[in-house]
Write a protein that binds this ligand. Structure first.
Ligand SMILES: C[S@@+](CC[C@H](N)C(=O)[O-])C[C@H]1O[C@@H](n2cnc3c(N)ncnc32)[C@H](O)[C@@H]1O
Length: 240
């Protein structure tokens, strides 16, 4: 990258409430001329972009297609072409931002973009602006302390599968499971086996229209969860 090239800001826009964004993120979003958002190759919808739209100052918006597939070859090709497009814009000397839900380095497409950019151009200038994670916002909403004293805390993906999940839950005091929606039956059965259904809270669409909190997982048996759903397990109970 030439010394005159622009900087890419990876911006966490928080989990939904447009007020849960940092002052730093806001400042950059109002300054950069170019904003990238990831979306499915089938449409141009980006939740991250819709969260910050009310803060923008006329920056150009470009959608980068990130396919929802587990096919490594397809994914790698998409990351590579998206990273090349970002480098093309930075090479003009313009700064750009990539907006992402919650925190950019927590289960986010930004992590893949960052690694691909650094591989393609080790000199690329990147600044990451952290965001409030979905589970911080959900803990605040439900008044659930995530960790206290010497307790441990695990953050896991619901896609892990029942056996692995059981292993992790056995080892930890507090567990947050993100990406629950496709694997909810599996997660439900695991928590039922461990007798933890009533120590588990499910939060959907935190800070967004349709927000719901269910304090006992039994109430969700057999139901489909929205994509934006997570589970907080507190093995010792809430204590109140
Ligand atoms: C790809 S991960 C993004 C995580 C995000 N980077 C963060 O810092 O929280 C998507 C998952 O995050 C969780 N999530 C994100 N926003 C949420 C919200 N507003 N309400 C509930 N869950 C949310 C859901 O579990 C969803 O499946």
């Amino acid at each position: 990258m030439t010394p005159t090239a622009g900087t890419l800001y990876g911006i966490g826009v928080g989990p939904g409430d447009p007020e849960l964004i940092t002052l730093k993120a806001l400042k950059v979003l109002r300054q950069v001329p170019h904003i990238f958002a990831s979306s499915s190759p089938k449409n141009t919808y980006s939740l991250a972009l819709s969260i910050v739209r009310c803060h923008l100052n006329g920056a150009g918006i470009e959608h980068l297609p990130f396919p929802m597939t587990k096919d490594e070859a397809v994914l790698k090709a998409a990351w590579e072409s998206n990273a090349r497009r970002v480098l093309e814009v930075l090479a003009t000397g313009a700064d750009a931002a990539f907006v992402t839900l919650g925190d950019p380095l927590t289960y986010s497409t930004f992590g893949y973009l960052l690694k691909t950019l650094k591989r393609l151009d080790p000199e690329v200038s990147i600044v990451t602006i952290p965001g409030i994670t979905s589970y911080s916002a959900a803990a605040a909403l439900t008044h659930i302390p995530l960790t206290e004293g010497e307790e441990s805390f695990y953050l896991v993906s619901g896609a892990l599968g029942a056996a692995k999940l059981k292993e992790i839950i056995d080892k930890s005091d507090n567990i947050v499971i993100l990406k629950t929606y496709r694997y909810f039956d599996d997660i439900y059965r695991t928590l039922e086996d461990l007798d933890l259904l009533d120590r588990t809270t499910c939060i959907s669409r935190c800070g967004l229209d349709g927000e719901t909190v269910v304090e006992n997982l039994r109430d969700l048996k057999g139901r489909d969860l929205p994509y934006l759903s997570m589970i907080i397990i507190k093995k010792q109970g809430r204590g109140y």
